[in-house]
Design a protein around this ligand. Structure first.
Ligand code: SF4
Length: 347
């Protein structure tokens, strides 16, 4: 049966967030996709701006992918934005611009996994699907005293079974959001604040005193460090940029990268391979960006090329052109250095 104190607590204590209170499946979808791997406080501003520019499925489906990526710039995990765009186009062409109500059809859209489909169906359509993410897994494993590795498929199934058994069938959306809030603010990783928790009377781990050890998880592999040379090649007030076609950061614009080799010699070779005759002007410092599975340890190099020679797969942009392109956060320091170089040229 549902946890009796949960929904009354939620009524009194729910977090005030710009994406709360809506039952519009489109708005719920956009917020849930943004919230994957991104902090709630960061999402709030992006969400409002995104919905203002793309207020519904039709507006998003009709947009250029580059513009959608631009509105996503800084949020990271850009495949989320590309999938949103693709899914909107599918709904525009196959579902008459409406969000499908059927859980399986929602789940089949690009970028929508079990968690997001459950969040949309429960919040927008009141269907009893528990939205099981890291937060919910932690709370359920502590509440019910699940003391085995929660990444093992049979244990995952047990967590899902417990959630399905206890979800509130009248108000599954609030039930999910209440547990999300508890997981985010009270039943946090490490030592939870059981004294403030409305579920403490029901909680196995609280009674046993081992909540800080749950959920059990095998240690994740640390991200792999990769040396990356970043070439800032300028010419006549322009800088050279290239659109990524690798899976990581696909569709976004970066400077000339040499992944796996951060040395100056490596960058010289990379530029020659692009058919570029550029003179080295100096080193511009280092930058670091941590992705889920790798860390880029970047060294920034300044080069200058004569004229504006065409370079395969690249384009020359001035300061305004650079500002208009979607660049990943990994390029933040390089972008600032590039902007400085372009300003110097204007003097
Ligand atoms: S009582 Fe403590 S461990 Fe149990 S759900 Fe609440 S915060 Fe988590």
């Amino acid at each position: 049966m549902p946890y009796p104190p949960l929904l009354p607590w939620y009524e009194q204590n729910k977090r005030v967030l710009p994406f709360r209170g809506t039952h519009d499946p489109y708005a719920v979808w956009v917020s849930e996709i943004m919230l994957q791997q991104t902090r709630t406080e960061t999402v709030a501003g992006y969400y409002t701006r995104f919905l203002r520019r793309f207020p519904d499925i039709a507006a998003l489906a009709a947009a250029e992918e580059q513009e959608v990526l631009k509105y996503w710039e800084g949020l990271g995990y850009y495949s989320r934005a590309r999938n949103l765009h693709r899914a909107a186009q599918i709904m525009a062409s196959q579902y008459d611009g409406q969000f499908p109500h059927d859980h399986e059809a929602v789940r089949a859209l690009p970028g929508i996994g079990d968690y997001t489909a459950a969040a949309i169906c429960s919040i927008a359509f009141r269907q009893p699907y528990p939205a099981i993410d890291g937060n919910l897994t932690r709370v359920i494993s502590r509440l019910h005293g699940v003391r085995e590795d929660v990444d093992i498929p049979s244990v995952k199934r047990e967590i899902a079974r417990l959630a399905e058994e206890n979800i509130d069938r009248q108000n599954p959306g609030d039930w999910n959001q209440a547990l999300m809030d508890i997981g985010a603010t009270i039943c946090t990783p490490g030592t939870p604040d059981c004294g403030r928790c409305p579920l403490r009377e029901l909680c196995d781990a609280c009674e046993a005193g081992d909540a800080d050890l749950l959920p059990v998880r095998a240690a994740a592999k640390p991200p792999l460090p990769v040396a990356v040379g970043v070439g800032l090649v300028v010419s006549e007030g322009h800088i050279l940029v290239q659109q990524r076609d690798a899976a990581l950061l696909r569709g976004l614009w970066v400077f000339i990268l040499n992944e796996g080799d951060g040395t100056r010699t490596g960058m010289d070779k990379r530029l020659r391979a692009l058919g570029l005759d550029a003179a080295f002007r100096g080193e511009l410092g280092e930058a670091r960006h941590v992705f889920t599975h790798r860390i880029w340890n970047m060294t920034l190099y300044h080069y200058e090329a004569p004229g504006l020679p065409p370079v395969r797969g690249c384009q020359w942009v001035d300061a305004a052109g650079l500002a208009a392109l979607p660049l990943p956060t990994a390029m933040k320091k390089a972008r600032e250095a590039g902007e400085r170089l372009l300003r110097e040229y204007e003097k």
